[in-house]
Design a protein around this ligand. Structure first.
Ligand code: LMR
Length: 320
């Protein structure tokens, strides 16, 4: 049986963490790509040397040559620059758009059948541009953000209720920016919605509002603490869940930046919505219904994505 091949485009902190988790889970053989000579080779070798102790058989290779990603089943893209304290994700649009162009061309040439997961910020615009630059089918190119934002939301909620994180489900929808929409109605503790948890006296609306606000600023909180870059453990774990669901046809239902072709009233844009991930990639969109208030928040978030896409088109007219 052929082993799966996972190409990690970008070998910084998220790329290295992705390689480690993918190898430990034996999702396949791992290729770490980066333009910085020595980094992917060093990280690949280091992780490979932990394999005898941990007992896994993934092979790891570091490279600066796109040819080495040839035939990859999954490509996870973290290439580009992370933000620093004081910056917004949107400040990265110009510099990271250029990176998406060369990554898209590399994937189109060597791994046109891959399932592509984009992590580079500003996420919703970068995954849109990456799909255009690569020309891959829209169901095979998705953005990782909703799982990360929802995981942050779940963690904060579990802390508030003093329950296991496993008992908390959450959906954070919309764009991966300050306008994201953590949904109270579609988030639960063991199936009980958050408005009902307020009614049951387990929390207050004020506390939930503070958790929503902290979730929206979750990435910035980590950037402020790390000072030299942005989060990597939780983003890597989130992308691995997506890759695993694709490779094993698990069909998990998770919020991701998916291509909308009329769903939710949005056309030709990537926005965070619940999708099923299976062997066909983004197989199906769960088109949940919004209240009037939720609809307004979602539309506000889509408008922020729209602005970034327009900025991309101005920077690179080939996208217009
Ligand atoms: C995150 O949410 O952790 C990432 O989008 C990185 C960032 O800049 O916040």
């Amino acid at each position: 049986m052929a082993r799966n091949k996972i190409a990690l485009i970008g070998s910084g902190m998220i790329g290295g963490t992705l390689a480690h988790i993918a190898a430990q889970k034996e999702l396949g053989d791992v290729v770490l790509f980066d333009i910085a000579e020595g980094i992917p080779e060093g990280k690949g070798l280091d992780i490979a040397q932990s394999a005898p102790v941990d007992g896994y058989d993934s092979r790891l290779k570091g490279t600066q040559d796109y040819k080495d990603i040839e035939g990859a089943d999954v490509c996870i893209v973290t290439a580009g620059v992370p933000r620093k304290p004081g910056m917004s994700r949107d400040d990265l649009v110009e510099i990271n758009l250029k990176v998406m162009k060369s990554v898209g061309e590399g994937i189109a040439k060597y791994a046109p059948n891959a399932f592509v997961i984009c992590i580079t910020n500003p996420l919703d615009a970068m995954v849109w541009a990456l799909q255009k630059f690569s020309g891959l089918p829209t169901n095979k190119v998705v953005g990782m953000a909703g799982i990360l934002d929802s995981s942050r939301f779940r963690m904060f909620l579990a802390e508030e209720f003093n329950v296991s994180v496993e008992s908390v489900t959450a959906f954070v929808l919309g764009g991966h920016g300050d306008t994201m929409v953590p949904s109270l109605r579609y988030s639960t503790v063991a199936g009980v919605s958050l408005p009902d948890m307020v009614k049951l006296g387990w929390t207050t609306q004020e506390k939930l509002d503070a958790i929503v606000d902290r979730t929206r600023k979750g990435g910035g909180e980590i950037v402020g603490l790390l000072k030299t870059g942005s989060a990597y453990y939780a983003p890597a774990a989130s992308a691995i869940q997506m890759a695993e669901s694709y490779l094993k046809d698990k069909k998990v239902v998770v919020p991701c930046a998916a291509y909308l072709d009329g769903e939710f009233g949005v056309n030709d844009r990537y926005v965070g919505v619940p999708i099923v991930i299976g062997e066909e990639g983004a197989e199906r969109i769960l088109e949940i219904e919004f209240t009037e208030e939720e609809k307004q928040m979602f539309e506000h978030s889509v408008a922020a994505v729209e602005d970034l896409v327009e900025a991309c088109k101005k920077i690179d007219p080939s996208l217009a």
